[in-house]
Ligand binder design. Structure first.
Ligand SMILES: C[S@@+](CC[C@H](N)C(=O)[O-])C[C@H]1O[C@@H](n2cnc3c(N)ncnc32)[C@H](O)[C@@H]1O
Length: 257
């Protein structure tokens, strides 16, 4: 089944758009070129060893390319290709990247649900804040395992450490806008990976190290942080509207035989 087919379920009859268009606006994508997100910097930190030791890395769901650009600027000897299904975003990524003249950065359109063998054999595949907004995890992961067969895969998305997955439907009634969040079970991901000769090697919660204020408008989704004090330590929880955001960085590797 192609992603367009699955996503058509999420076309909001009131606005006639899929759930991707509005939540991930062009403004959101472009702003990041000048001002990388904390989560992108943390992604760099978490995966720097794998990124530095790879000849070529494909970033799936790269949007307008800001995060791919940030990583490419840190690792000049690693070639990066940012791939997105939206040709508008890829055009924007190509245009914007011309200003920076990086030799190790390229962009291309592609559907994660139908990758073909264009990127087969690259060392690493990454995906930043995308997987939880795909309709499901099996098909896209299977595409990576079978069509690309990388040595390692680096993901940032919403996960849960137990054997529970959740799909949350979000209705912003004032827009009106309908979206969904998938929180995937790490145990289920590991079982799926094992079926294709991969395993989850590390999974770490992304603990943001800055406070993000609560949006004034409570009627739209938008990340903010709240501090929870324990007896010895405190944690910053990331929340959007009524939802707790379980951000994780997950590293998968081929099982060595
Ligand atoms: C939330 S954005 C993340 C963009 C970027 N990785 C970042 O962190 O800023 C998710 C991106 O995934 C893309 N996307 C959604 N479905 C896709 C698919 N089937 N194949 C490739 N890209 C897809 C969307 O067009 C969107 O640009």
């Amino acid at each position: 089944m192609g992603s367009k087919e699955i996503n058509s379920e999420w076309v909001d009859p009131n606005i006639g758009q899929t759930s991707w268009i509005d939540p991930v606006s062009m403004e959101y994508h472009i702003k990041q070129w000048d001002d990388p997100k904390q989560s992108t910097k943390a992604f760099y930190d978490f995966f720097k060893r794998e990124l530095a030791n790879s000849k070529k890395v494909v970033d799936l769901g790269a949007g307008a390319g800001a995060a791919t650009f940030f990583l490419a600027s840190k690792f000049p000897s690693t070639n990066f290709v940012g791939v997105d299904q939206s040709s508008d975003l890829i055009i924007k990524a190509k245009e914007t990247s011309k200003n920076f003249k990086l030799k190790n950065l390229d962009f291309d359109t592609g559907d994660w649900f139908d990758l073909g063998n264009k990127w087969g054999g690259v060392d690493g595949v990454i995906s930043i804040q995308t997987l939880s907004w795909l309709p499901e995890i099996q098909t896209p992961m299977k595409q990576i395992f079978e069509m690309i067969k990388p040595n390692w895969i680096g993901l940032s998305s919403l996960f849960y450490e137990g054997d529970i997955s959740a799909r949350i439907e979000v209705f912003e009634h004032c827009k009106p806008r309908k979206t969904f969040y998938n929180v995937y079970s790490l145990k289920k991901l590991n079982r799926l990976a094992n079926d294709y000769g991969y395993e989850v090697v590390t999974s770490d919660r992304f603990e943001i190290d800055i406070d993000v204020p609560k949006p004034k408008n409570k009627d739209i989704m938008g990340t903010f942080t709240e501090i929870v004090n324990g007896s010895l330590d405190y944690k910053r929880l990331q929340i959007s509207g009524p939802l707790l955001l379980n951000w994780y960085f997950v590293l998968l590797k081929k099982i060595e035989r």
